[in-house]
Design a protein around this ligand. Structure first.
Ligand code: SF4
Length: 441
């Protein structure tokens, strides 16, 4: 599955002393998989300094940018959708805001803010959040207004002279995690930047919680009374990196478990195969889990072209498919005359996996049994910007047997919802499963 969702990654750092820009840069570099179209960094050094770019983190920031972004606290963002952070100058002072999520009632909120005298310079959800925040008597009051008014999802970071604020909506849809090393404090969409920066995980920001990172440490400054956790299960299925820990569950553990569950079912049916392979990257953990349980040899069938990186993520479907063809080439010698279990995270339209099955068969594979970590996708996401529509979802048009025929596989199995949830290891009532149930909160 190639970048079906538009997501974002946020990062914030309070360093105690010394400039933060290089560490923040590496923070969002390690979140690049969450969004490749835009990136930005804001720091505080007596005033807010902001630089945003189109493109990859690694290719975008220059030495001059680093010299300009002075200060010992800052926030940053990667996105497939828009330039963030955004700066606001208000009666509360100046602040920069970046967020990951999706506001469902944006039209209503824009209208209300408009009526209240706000003028908008962009169409973004970020601006809506920044303007609601500015209406508060204090920053905390502004945050509370966000909680009262905004429907949808937000994991956000706000840079102020007092420190870096971080807040998560009452469902905690999108991850947000705190890290620390001595006086250095960080908040991030995923834990993976912490290893590079020598930080240890402290804990996740709780659904409905606001925290402040500054010289007083990490302080929880407010907690919504009514919360209903609904952590995005697709983070473990596809979005998050395998070296991250989301809400206490290592992503690699969940992905291994997806493979183990699928292997158990194949064992019960006595499926005879020669190798198990992933569609890289998102099928790797599942294929490894399958291999560990079944002892079927793990073998790469596809090579990722390390130079196939893009200057931006294509949003048109044909472009995505072309990208998938360019990115992965078949390792013919590994697949010739083999009966293959091919693991992937999910199927949206079926076109990408159909191409992969076809390529394996053309290369001489005797059989391709497709195994999918997530249950069939039957609904778009409302809590991040989804590029899938109901019309495109193949699982709404065909049965599993029909999809199997469509993609040309010798067999097709998805994890059941029960196995999928068990593999993650959190109670179903704490997860968002809307992609697979079609029921929204
Ligand atoms: S709808 Fe799907 S992708 Fe969106 S938050 Fe829920 S589980 Fe995650």
């Amino acid at each position: 599955l190639l970048e079906e969702l538009e997501n974002c990654g946020v990062f914030g750092l309070w360093s105690g002393k010394g400039p933060v820009v290089e560490q923040i840069y590496y923070g969002i570099f390690k979140l690049q998989h969450r969004g490749q179209r835009y990136c930005g960094i804001a720091t505080w050094d007596g005033s807010i300094r902001l630089i945003t770019h189109a493109g990859f983190v690694r290719h975008s920031f220059s030495l001059q940018d680093f010299h300009y972004l002075t200060g010992n606290l800052g926030i940053a963002h990667v996105s497939l959708k828009e330039l963030q952070p955004m700066v606001f100058h208000s009666r509360l002072g100046s602040y920069a805001l970046a967020f990951s999520g999706n506001i469902i009632n944006r039209e209503l909120l824009r209208h209300k803010l408009f009526q209240a005298g706000h003028a908008f310079s962009t169409e973004t959800d970020t601006e809506i959040l920044g303007r609601i925040l500015s209406q508060g008597k204090t920053i905390l009051d502004g945050f509370q207004q966000i909680y009262r008014l905004v429907k949808g999802s937000f994991s956000l970071v706000v840079l102020t002279p007092r420190g870096v604020y971080a807040a998560r909506d009452i469902h905690g849809f999108k991850p947000l995690i705190l890290g620390r090393s001595g006086r250095k404090l960080a908040v991030s969409s995923e834990s993976r930047p912490f290893d590079l920066l020598g930080l240890k995980i402290v804990r996740d920001v709780r659904p409905g919680e606001i925290v402040l990172l500054n010289g007083d440490g990490i302080k929880s400054i407010w907690q919504a009374a009514e919360v209903r956790p609904a952590f995005c299960a697709f983070e473990w299925g596809y979005i998050a990196s395998v070296d991250s820990v989301i809400d206490g569950v290592p992503v690699i553990r969940a992905r291994h478990n997806f493979g183990i569950k699928l292997a158990r079912r194949d064992e019960a049916e006595n499926l005879k195969v020669d190798i198990v392979s992933p569609v890289p990257f998102s099928g790797i953990g599942c294929a490894l889990g399958y291999h560990h349980y079944s002892e079927v040899p793990y073998q790469e069938s596809f090579l990722i072209d390390r130079f196939a990186s893009r200057s931006y993520t294509p949003l048109v479907q044909e472009e995505r498919e072309k990208e998938a063809r360019i990115k992965l080439s078949v390792i013919k010698d590994n697949v010739r005359r083999q009966r293959i279990v091919l693991c992937d995270d999910s199927i949206v339209r079926g076109t990408q996996i159909r191409n992969k099955v076809l390529e394996l068969k053309r290369a001489g594979a005797r059989a391709v049994h497709v195994r999918i970590a997530c249950p069939p996708l039957i609904a778009p996401c409302r809590y991040s910007i989804s590029t899938r529509s109901y019309e495109e979802l193949v699982a709404l048009k065909y049965s599993v047997e029909g999809i199997c025929r469509l993609i040309g596989a010798d067999s097709l199995k998805y994890n059941t919802m029960e196995d999928f949830v068990e593999a993650i290891g959190l109670p179903p009532e704490k997860l968002c499963l809307s992609c697979w149930t079609g029921k929204y909160l």
